[in-house]
Design a binder for this molecule. Sequence first.
Ligand code: FES
Length: 115
Amino acid sequence: MKAQVTFLPHGKQIEVRPGTTILAASRKARVQIRTRCGGKAGCLMCKVIVDDSACTGLAPMNQNERLKLGELAEQGYRLACQAQITGDVHATVPEDPLKAAVRRQLERQREEDDL
Ligand code: FES
């Protein structure tokens, strides 16, 4: 039996075998999730937000993931490299901070040009 993973905001969907991590599923779906540690729960760059109603599609956090995430664990964040898929799940990939800064700057520029 396969599980369906939906990546937001892209809307890309992919089917994977249970036990696959969100990070592995993202690579298969060609959804970019930033990493630096190679999936060893060391860099915390692979954070994704998991829809509460779809949380049943993930295995419970292991102790390492819970320790690394701290308070973010209570806000729906999971480490894509650690979270194992057990069923259908929706994962929101936060915008890259650098891209977000550039986007905000461009929006400000556009607003100034419109004045
Ligand atoms: S890839 Fe580095 S913490 Fe997940």
